[in-house]
Structures are given as C-alpha cells and as structure tokens.
Design a protein around this ligand. Structure first.
Ligand code: G4P
Length: 281
C-alpha cells in the first residue's frame, strides 16, 4: 500500500502549530483509543515540550475497555495526564476541566506568586484528521462558547473560547499528520478509516482485520456472523459473504462487498469493542 500526502500542506500546518504552541500552557492531544500510538504523530512531543500535556483517549466507546485502561496507565507512566472519553458526549467534560487545572498547577502557582490573579490557563487541541477534534471542541465548549480575541492587546487574529474563568481554548485545532512509513501503522490507520478508502484495497484490509479478530477477540466473528472461526481468513470472508447474501450474478461470493461490510461494521462498533494495538508490557 502506498500513501501520498501533500508536503506543502503539512509544512504550513506544522509552522502554524509552532506559532500557536507559543501562546498556550497546555496541549490537549486527542488519540484514537483503538490505535493510541499509531494515531499519534510523535513530532508533538518536540513541539509540545515544556508544556503541560493531556492525552484524551477518544472514541473510547469503540475500543476494548480493558485495553483503554492499559493505555491509560501506559501514558500516565510516561508523564501525561490522561482521560478516556467519547467526545460526542458531555460526561467526562467536568473531569477534563479538573485535570486541566491539575496539569497546569505549577503555572497557576507561579502566577499566584507573581501576584497575577485570574489569568486563565490557555489550551489548544491537537490530533490527526478524523480523531474527533472538532467534536471535542464543540462538546467541551458547549454553550459557554463565548469567543474572545481580536481585542487590543490580545494576540491578533486568534480566537479563544472562554470556557470559564479558569480555562481558554484556542478555537482552531492543530492538525498533526499521521506517520505511516511503518506498514503496520498504515494498516491500522486504514482500518479505523483515517486514510481515504479509494486508495485502499478493501479486500486485503478485511483479511487483516479478520486475522486480528481471530487472534485477539476470539468468538466475536462467530457471534456476529455465525461463521466457523477455525478456518483461514479468506474462508471466513467467504463464509461472511454467503451468510450476508453478498453474492455476484453468477452465484459466486462477492468478496469485496463482504469485505466492505465487515470494515463498516467494525468502524461503527457493531462487531464489538475492539482495540487494534496493544501497549507493550
Ligand atoms: P476531526 O475534527 O479531528 O477531524 O474529527 P471530527 O470531530 O470531525 O470527528 C470525526 C468523526 O468521528 C465524526 O464522525 C465524529 O462524529 C466521530 N467521533 C468523534 N468523537 C467520537 C467518539 O468519541 N466516539 C465515536 N464513536 N465517534 C466519534 P463523522 O464520520 O463525521 O460522522 P458520523 O460518523 O458521526 O455520522
């Protein structure tokens, strides 16, 4: 599989982020709970050094809760604050507010010692495309979405969303590009739908998914499609095609249709709560 991004676009976005990051105290980085490492761009660690760091394990509703917990511990051990969320829902947002203050307590204390009172913490949301940045900003800011900025003395052109007296959020998220020089990373990004489907071989992708499910989530394919999981992956795909009536005109199984169906049902969580990448012990 070969993927092409637009270097000009990437360079511009990175430069923008370098500028924006100077203005903030805290980086709120969204990752996809199903592939928490593959959905990161490690450049953010360099860009965000010296800033407080919060990782949101987003789309936690689609991932395996046991692995969500394991990933949460993994990132905490590396010094990040971590919260698991479903960015479409409100619950969890209060926790995030509290964690932001906790993550920025040193800055708040520094301000206090200098006699600066009530200066809100400034945060910025970053992540790869489709990870849920806009959804999160909408839910988190909610109705309290009073925009500040463009006032004299305020950084020109930047729009800040004032969440409350303690926190302001930059209204435009920073886009990071996924890194998929590694084949496996590319495969995982493709499975969650972060790479355009037109440039992918969906049949191959579904076979890889079936293999992962057989290995780590034994019983799920059987449960959903009533297929015998002891067969090899291609046979399973064929069995799904027959079960779900994906049949070509001549009566042959339509592999591509069955492949698309499996991928779609995986992405929407209908096969089950599935994590595709596991923290190393
Ligand atoms: P972005 O700004 O980072 O590019 O991502 P965006 O918020 O546009 O979200 C991308 C998609 O992911 C959206 O779906 C959104 O509804 C979905 N999404 C975001 N957060 C979560 C989450 O925590 N859980 C789940 N299950 N989905 C989430 P979409 O494809 O644009 O529309 P639809 O599929 O909702 O119809």
């Amino acid at each position: 599989m070969h993927f092409q991004w637009y270097p000009g676009h990437m360079t511009k976005a990175k430069r923008q982020m370098q500028e924006d990051i100077k203005l903030i105290d805290l980086v709120i980085e969204l990752v996809d709970s199903r592939i928490p490492l593959s959905s990161r761009n490690p450049d953010i660690d360099e860009l965000g050094k010296n800033k407080a760091r919060l990782i949101l394990l987003n789309k936690a509703d689609l991932a395996d809760e046991k692995q969500n917990e394991a990933w949460s511990e993994y990132f905490k051990a590396k010094g990040f604050y971590v919260v698991k969320i479903d960015a479409r829902r409100n619950n969890g947002m209060k926790t995030i507010q509290n964690v932001i203050l906790e993550a920025c307590k040193e800055k708040i204390e520094r301000d206090r010692k200098r006699g600066i009172k009530n200066r809100p913490v400034r945060a910025m949301v970053v992540g790869i495309p489709n990870v849920g940045k806009s959804t999160f900003i909408n839910t988190f800011a909610g109705k309290a979405c009073a925009k500040t900025g463009n006032k004299p003395g305020v950084t020109k052109g930047k729009q800040w969303i004032r969440l409350n007296k303690n926190v302001e959020l930059l209204d435009t998220p920073g886009i990071l590009w996924p890194k998929f020089e590694d084949q496996l990373v590319g495969l995982r990004l493709a499975l969650i739908g972060s790479i355009k489907d037109e440039i992918l071989n969906i049949d191959e992708l579904s076979i890889e998914l079936i293999k992962i499910l057989k290995e780590h989530y034994s019983g799920m394919l059987q449960e959903r499609y009533e297929v015998d999981e002891s067969q090899d992956a291609v046979k399973i795909l064929e069995a799904v095609a027959i079960r779900r009536n994906c049949i070509q005109k001549g009566g042959e199984p339509d592999y591509s249709k069955a492949a698309a169906l499996i991928i779609d049902e995986f992405r929407s969580g209908r096969i089950g709560k599935i994590t595709l990448e596991f923290p190393e012990a």
